[in-house]
Ligand binder design. Structure first.
Ligand code: SF4
Length: 493
């Protein structure tokens, strides 16, 4: 499929819109008019004076032609949006696929809601824009609205002098078949682990010095990965103790450790992290079907998930998140519903429902894509309705590039148990200092709004070997914060 362009440069966005309908092939962009006799599999988006035209045969024999006009008040992005709507309309008719987020292609659709809310738009104006103008489904509109409202309160708590700390432990007991993270099986990385923990503790001390010299206040701590509880209790203990010794943790609102894989959770590890102040953990079953667990290469059982959950409760963990994934290989709508119901029966404080990112495949036909969309769509609809009926509310949401049906990942929480960090990582008003391999520090300037990222080496062996460079890069933090504190605004919003 090729989109030809003439008279404008909106190729990037039009490609993204078109790509939502094509899973087995890459949508190409080409300048100029299609040649006479061009075979099907193309669209031609042309801006000619004040007229926008999209025409062509995207698939099959049917020829399409839509027109629109540029209004005097239209800016560049309005014209781009009009082209996107025309392409969406043509491709949804031609393929029978209707991506529920309409023409929104970004991974953080809720940000668009939040910025319009800040400008004072009411619910009616937002509905008109997103469902009418952007072709978003009513369900996604409602989901995004609820999420944006829940986030507002959490974002307001973040002050210009606050920051969060992310600790990266990119190791897991084994690697899951669908993993898209840089995570290393602990067996292969066994020799590296002691020195990795040494370096991590050194980076923590160094980062704490920088934060202290800048007078910043630590608000949330998040251990992610990987699976942090892959580490031995002694290793976890060293890291936790380093944090307690170097950072001022008195005013931390939230301390999360992803315990991820149930087969890594032991009483000793839970005691270590609880003693350090961890008040929120994640236990991620992904599914409660043993056969699906086998198909995705997760070497644990549903029974281990239930035992780990009971153990965590008995250790006093009263804020537990559990992740599920819709669309796992071999899973069925019935199987997924049973997983949702089983998790609801446990009543964790948070439930996060992900949509599997399906790798593009040359064999993916429109028929198969429609069937998968319907099935995964059913799964996420069931989860959304069931968890909301059980009293959970959506509070963070993002989409991943490449997810088959351009669906979403949603964090639901019982009111009052929302994870601050999950919202701050998506937003651009709260700085996150990150340590460890694969971690990236996000700096948000409290005066100018500038965003800067500092990347650590991706792989643990690089991180360990080139640690001096890791430290050098961290010096960007004080340079970035070299602002006049008198200019800091009173509130974040
Ligand atoms: S537990 Fe998560 S990070 Fe680890 S291998 Fe599986 S998907 Fe990847």
């Amino acid at each position: 499929m090729t989109v030809f362009l003439r008279g404008h440069h909106f190729g990037y966005e039009l490609q993204r819109v078109a790509q939502m309908f094509f899973f087995g092939e890459k949508v190409e962009i080409a300048d100029g008019e299609p040649e006479a006799g061009q075979p099907d599999g193309y669209l031609f988006a042309e801006l000619d004076g004040g007229e926008l035209r999209v025409s062509g045969c995207p698939c099959g024999d049917k020829h399409y032609r839509l027109l629109d006009t540029v209004q005097p008040e239209d800016r560049q992005n309005d014209v781009e949006h009009k082209f996107g709507v025309m392409i969406y309309r043509i491709l949804s008719d031609a393929t029978g696929i209707r991506p529920p987020w309409g023409v929104l292609t970004g991974i953080r659709p809720v940000k668009l809601f939040a910025s319009r809310m800040r400008r004072g738009e009411d619910d009616g104006a937002l509905r008109a824009h997103f469902t009418g103008g952007c072709l978003m489904s009513e369900e996604r509109f409602s989901l995004a609205m609820q999420t944006a409202k829940a986030q507002k309160e959490l974002l307001c708590r973040s002050t210009p002098d606050s920051f969060s700390l992310y600790v990266s432990i990119p190791f897991c007991p084994t690697r899951c078949a669908y993993c898209s993270f840089v995570s290393h099986s602990v067996e292969k990385a066994a020799k590296l682990l002691p020195v990795y923990v040494d370096r991590l503790c050194e980076e923590l001390r160094y980062t704490a010095e920088i934060a202290s010299s800048l007078g910043l206040s630590l608000r949330t701590v998040y251990f992610g990965g990987g699976t942090p509880t892959t580490l031995l209790p002694e290793q976890l203990s060293r890291i936790c103790e380093t944090i307690s010794a170097c950072f001022d943790t008195k005013n931390v609102w939230e301390y999360t450790v992803e315990a991820g894989r149930p087969d890594t959770i032991t009483r000793k590890k839970l005691e270590v992290i609880r003693a350090a102040g961890a008040d929120r953990i994640s236990i991620n079953p992904q599914t409660l079907s043993d056969s699906v667990l086998g198909a995705i290469g997760r070497k644990h059982t549903t029974r281990q998930t239930l035992e780990a959950f009971a153990l965590a409760r008995s250790c006093g963990c009263d804020n537990i998140n559990m992740d599920l994934i819709a669309g796992l290989p071999t899973d069925t709508p019935e199987g997924f519903r049973a997983s949702v119901d089983g998790i609801l029966a446990l009543a964790p404080e948070n439930i996060t429902v992900h949509t599997l990112t399906v790798k593009r495949s040359a064999e993916m036909t429109f028929e198969r894509a429609r069937a998968e969309l319907a099935m995964v769509g059913d799964m996420v609809d069931y989860a959304r309705n069931a968890v909301q009926a059980a009293g959970y509310r959506p509070y963070y949401l993002y989409r991943q590039n490449g997810s088959l049906s351009a669906l979403e990942n949603v964090g639901y929480a019982k009111p009052g148990t929302e994870g601050f960090y999950n919202v701050y990582i998506m937003d651009e008003t709260h700085s996150i200092f990150a340590v460890g391999a694969g971690a990236s520090t996000k700096l948000c300037h409290p005066v100018t709004g500038e965003i800067k990222r500092i990347y650590n080496y991706k792989y643990p062996y690089e991180y360990v070997d080139r640690f001096e460079t890791v430290k050098e890069r961290k010096l960007e933090i004080p340079r970035f914060y070299g602002y006049d504190k008198k200019k800091i605004p009173e509130t974040c919003l």
